[in-house]
Design a protein around this ligand. Sequence first.
Ligand code: NDP
Length: 274
Amino acid sequence: MTDRYAVVGNPIDHSKSPLIHGMFAKAAGQDIVYDKILVPQGGFASVADDFRAAGGKGLNITAPCKLDAYAYADKTSPSAQLAGAVNALRFGVEGVEGENFDGVGLVRDITVNLQQAMTGRRVLMLGAGGAARGALLPFLEQQPAVLHIVNRTVGKAEELARIGASHGNVSAGGYDTVEAGAYDLVINATSASLTGDAPPISADAFGGATLAYELAYGKGLTPFLRIAREGAPQIAIADGVGMLAEQAAEAFAWWRGVRPDTAAVIAAITIPLS
Ligand code: NDP
């Protein structure tokens, strides 16, 4: 019988996951069906129960259901525990296993696809929400010289720095602690771009930086990326399309035991940043 997978969230129409997993499955010769399912407010557990009862093998989870999926899992990975959120579930004899591949997907996009080393570099991360939490340990595993986290609500950035302190050199503060020209990589893990806003960072923060990375995807040249270009015209810029493809590849490998190549998928879903 063909194995069934799906992405769940609300809204869900925009999701590129069925296209991505369909391409992976075709390239890897895997016989799967991958759907998208809208979750009504408060309805995650019931949707997941029904999917499992019908023989479903695994789910990807998108906003706003990642915390519900964490609660739903019998067993969670350390990255999911740290994020307090799950973006992939696997249903099997082990029960319900929960993983969070957002952080590893982001690191893989930066270090492999974009060829930007993180080890020994100075990294500035804007935002301290779910995506930033998921990125914390994978970033620190790369052993940057420093990871400085800033957030509008400073206490949330400070909490991440406390959690990360035993794993590497991490500091935190408000946007007033961002230094001019002090970073190699600047990562926008805020959701400001989703509403067409910019996080409160000035162009001089990018002087000397080699990469400005926007986690949001499909938004073209966001206000954050425009500020980066203003501060450093030669800077490499990227949005989260590669992260999306890489986290999907991690989930696919976890479910199917085969790690798909992401290049063709990234090419298919990229919207030019201009
Ligand atoms: P959350 O809602 O968990 O966190 C939002 C964060 O953005 C908080 O730190 C919040 O600050 C900050 N923020 C929101 N608006 C502003 C603003 N105008 N100025 C400054 N800070 C702001 O969101 P997520 O962490 O889930 O998502 C963050 C981004 O990552 C989104 O753009 C999302 O699309 C993207 N993403 C991309 C993925 C990919 O595969 N490419 C996967 C997952 C997420 P405060 O705490 O002060 O409210």
